[in-house]
Design a protein around this ligand. Structure first.
Ligand code: 5AD
Ligand code: SF4
Length: 453
């Protein structure tokens, strides 16, 4: 086989933005190692899945994918499982999918070049049991790592906006959540290395940066005393950067200084994603969320009293074990009280290792589905009312794409809303540019408008 045919890879990513960005780092690392990325499984010698295990459905996806392509093993292709399912299941993956030869958990990517070399050399050890694979690296040690996955080879897919990881792992241990077991303990990057990456991106022409972490609010500069709000403000002041976003925030660690920073630094986007999970104190307590409804609403009040109008979004889980009708009603009333601009809703899914796995009083799936429907319908009405208010206003958007079928440009507002718009033929906007758009109509999830020239 030619060197080239050995060195093509296909990578599919599941899950959150952390995973999307990890994939950009993995791609950069592989390309540096001499691999070439291809667009289809058929073209690839190495097929990789960067997986998510946050809910059971996400986890099942990867095993379906692996089963679908099992027959390609006969063509000499190799399969690798990366990410959270790899970290969680470890060597069990070789039993469930014996054609997999590489398992690399999300805390072990910095070992990838070495693992790939081993894979190429074909260090298959004992053929018995056949299920045992070439390389097995997941390991509890790596979950305890204090190292971040930093790479100079990140292959960002969008030339205008890009992610920077500032903190990895999570120490919160919410009762339902698998992340502390897959992503390991919290470790922050240094303030200086984050700023250096932001400056480098600005030099390359990026204008929007999204700071990433499972819990960005507990960021602590290991080399000094800088807080998350200070880091946020400093990134916002990097010349050339016009927008800075951050996700995800945990209400317990969300300080007023973040709202002050948003007020003080215009490049910081007026959007905060602050997942509440439930509106009931009883459920919040069972979830071990470490705040009450009242404390959560206090944070909302800080944002509502800011000089800028901050858009607030959330995640909500329905059907946590023991959630009563009254608990659920409190979640619905919280939606009304807060007035979110978007909510991501999930049915509770029991996950391995988590404390809530052992809880009784499981809610039947049909009931979870019913609550989900009610929740989404309630939120839809709230959004219809909220989005309507923008009609007639002029909003700056970053031009993100073009929808040819509709003859519209796709824009994103600082508040993270989609604003689709038309532009006069002679004033065609460039992708990645910022243009003013007058909103003329609204939907529950987007706005429509005309570019102002
Ligand atoms: N079941 C359902 N939803 C979950 N989430 C996290 N773990 C679970 C689970 N076991 C949701 C939370 C979190 C979002 C990323 O996923 O709402 O904020
Ligand atoms: Fe899924 Fe959580 Fe892993 Fe992201 S960190 S991919 S949400 S399990």
């Amino acid at each position: 086989m030619s060197a080239d045919s050995h060195k093509t890879f296909y990578l599919e990513t599941f899950g959150c933005q952390m995973n999307v960005h990890d994939s950009e780092k993995v791609i950069g690392t592989l390309v540096h190692e001499g691999y070439k990325q291809v667009e289809t499984v058929e073209q690839a010698d190495l097929i990789l899945y960067n997986t998510c295990s946050i809910r059971d459905k996400a986890e099942q996806k990867v095993f379906h994918r692996l089963a679908d392509y099992k027959k390609l093993l006969a063509q000499g292709k190799k399969f690798g499982v990366l990410g959270c399912v790899a970290q969680q299941e470890g060597e069990k993956i070789f039993e469930r999918a014996p054609h997999v030869s590489l398992v690399c958990g999300s805390a072990s990517y910095r070992n990838l070049p070495e693992m790939l070399t081993q894979l190429e050399v074909g260090k298959r050890e004992a053929p018995k049991p056949e299920a045992r694979s070439l390389i097995r690296i997941t390991g509890l040690d790596d979950r305890e790592t204090d190292k971040c996955f930093e790479t100079e080879f990140t292959a960002r897919t969008n030339p205008h906006r890009g992610y920077i990881t500032i903190i990895e792992g999570c120490d919160k241990f919410c009762a339902y959540c698998v992340v502390p077991y897959t992503r390991g303990k919290e470790r922050s990057r240094t303030y200086e290395s984050v700023l250096a990456e932001a400056r480098q991106m600005a030099d390359l022409g990026y204008t929007e940066i999204q700071l990433l972490g499972q819990n960005v609010n507990s960021y602590k500069d290991p080399a000094g005393k800088r807080s998350f709000a200070e880091l946020l403000a400093a990134v916002g002041e990097v010349p050339g950067i016009r927008r800075v976003r951050f996700t995800t925030s945990h209400p317990r660690d969300f300080g007023r200084d973040i709202v002050d920073a948003i007020d003080a630094v215009p490049t910081l986007c007026d959007h905060v994603h602050l997942p509440v999970q439930s509106g009931s104190d009883r459920v919040l307590n069972a979830m071990q969320r470490l705040y009450t409804r009242e404390q959560y609403l206090e944070r909302i009040a800080w944002m509502r009293s800011a000089k800028r109008q901050i858009s607030i979004t959330s995640d909500i889980i329905v059907g946590f074990p023991g959630e009563t009708e009254e608990d659920f009603a409190e979640t619905l009333s919280l939606l009304d009280e807060v007035g979110y601009d978007a909510v991501f809703t999930f049915k509770y899914s029991p996950r391995p290792n988590t404390p809530s796995l052992a809880l009784e009083d499981a809610i039947p799936d049909e009931e979870k589905a019913r609550r989900l429907d009610v929740l989404m319908a309630t939120q839809r009405e709230i959004q219809i009312a909220r989005y309507k208010k923008y009609i007639g206003t002029i909003i700056e958007v970053m031009v993100e794409g073009r929808n040819e079928a509709r003859g519209q440009w796709i824009g994103r507002t600082s508040q993270n809303k989609t604003l689709n718009f038309t532009a006069p033929e002679l004033a065609t906007p460039k992708l990645g540019s910022y243009v003013p758009v007058k909103a003329t109509a609204s939907f529950p999830n987007s706005l429509v408008g005309e570019m102002v020239v």
